[in-house]
Design a protein around this ligand. Structure first.
Ligand code: MN
Length: 202
């Protein structure tokens, strides 16, 4: 979380501080969020709750529901759990300057747990992140079912692929990134949020 704090000036950005808590909608299960972020480039930020922080990846094209699409995901710094609720505009000139919406959110479960009845010690998601192969089942409003994150490395070791797994939720005909642009928090699109005066409770 030191990196998260170092990159930001909390007198200038409306983003949550590193010590802010889990969002109120979160239940017992770990949470995930997919934020759309229009900064110097438009991208999505995928974050999953792992051991008290949001492990984070920038996904330039966003998630797919088609198992044949392998979406690039670039590992970024851990974010505080409260970030899962952040929607608003980060001032120009600040880190990540631009506009963010909560494109999708929900809970997830570790697919290694209960995958094999014989396996009494399934790998935790934290261990899977370290090893570079994560399989989780998302329960969002737009995206759901099994997703895999697979580290491919790249020159700085931060490149991964984000891939829909084969299951009942896979659907090559859907394209929620283009057909469902509204925030699941406010119902607004990123352009509508851009026009709203900032406030932490937006
Ligand atoms: Mn971002």
């Amino acid at each position: 979380m030191a990196q998260y704090e170092k990159k930001r000036d909390f007198r200038k950005t409306p983003e949550p501080g590193a010590k802010e808590e889990r969002p109120s909608w979160a239940g017992k299960e770990p949470i995930f969020v997919m934020q759309e972020h229009v900064a110097s480039r438009q991208h999505f930020d995928f974050r999953i709750e792992v051991e008290g922080v949001l492990k984070s990846w920038a996904v330039p094209k966003g998630p797919s529901t088609d198992t044949r699409e392998k979406r690039l995901a670039v590992e970024t710094e851990d974010h505080p759990l409260a970030y899962a609720d952040f929607e608003g505009t980060i001032p120009e000139g600040e880190y990540g300057g631009g506009t963010v919406i909560v494109w999708d959110r929900g809970s997830y479960r570790n697919l290694q747990e209960g995958a094999s009845p014989k396996d009494s010690s399934p790998e935790s998601v934290s261990e899977q992140v370290k090893k570079g192969h994560v399989t989780i089942f998302l329960e969002g409003q737009k995206i759901s079912g099994g997703y895999a994150l697979v580290r491919t490395g790249g020159k700085d070791g931060k490149q991964w692929l984000f891939i829909k797994m084969k299951d009942d939720e896979a659907d090559a005909r859907r394209d929620p990134v283009s057909t469902e642009p509204e925030s699941v928090k406010s119902g607004m699109t990123i352009n509508e949020i851009k026009g709203v005066k900032n406030g932490k409770d937006q």
